[in-house]
Design a protein around this ligand. Structure first.
Ligand code: RP5
Length: 157
């Protein structure tokens, strides 16, 4: 089995229907990843251990998804200098506005690259773009994907 390049963490199994789109795009591009349910609040120690284990294994990018008081991405960011992508999940009465602000509004010095609310596919694509900096094959696939997107839009005429 390939060592993972991306670790996906999500605060609850209830986030999985959204985060399935991250898994789908990583699979499509052939990027090895692992998905774990880890919460900044409910399982802080296990979350930290998972970040350390993934780094030891060669993980290059972390994708963290959570709803409501979504501190998972920020906490992971505090423990690694690898890029951390945050996915605010629409959960609870504020429908993701709370998660968006708690994910994106990091203090200076600790950046979380935050995608839109429930934008799980974009999180995967951003991770692939980061990995493509040192991977010609991924770069080729990303360019082909952009061309396919353009063709499909133009075909809508
Ligand atoms: C967050 O609270 C999770 O990431 C999820 O989006 C939300 C609700 O969690 P559950 O009550 O469904 O476990 O921590």
């Amino acid at each position: 089995m390939d060592a993972i390049k991306v670790l996906i963490l999500m605060g609850s199994k209830s986030d999985l229907p959204v985060m399935q789109k991250t898994e789908d795009i990583l699979k499509e591009f052939g990027v090895p990843f692992r998905t774990l349910i880890r919460s900044a609040h409910r399982t802080p120690e296990a979350t930290m251990q998972s970040v350390k284990d993934a780094e030891d294994e060669g993980c290059q990018v972390f994708i963290c998804a959570a709803g409501m008081a979504a501190h998972l991405a920020g906490v992971v960011c505090s423990k690694t200098v690898k890029p951390v992508i945050g996915v605010p999940i629409a959960a609870g009465p504020l429908n993701g506005e709370d998660a968006l602000h708690s994910t994106v509004m990091m203090p200076p010095g600790l950046p979380v690259a935050t995608v839109g609310i429930n934008a799980a596919k974009n999180a995967g694509l951003l991770a692939i773009q980061l990995l493509a900096q040192n991977d010609e094959e991924l770069t080729r696939k990303l360019k082909a994907d952009r061309e396919a997107q353009a063709e499909s839009i133009l075909a809508e005429d």
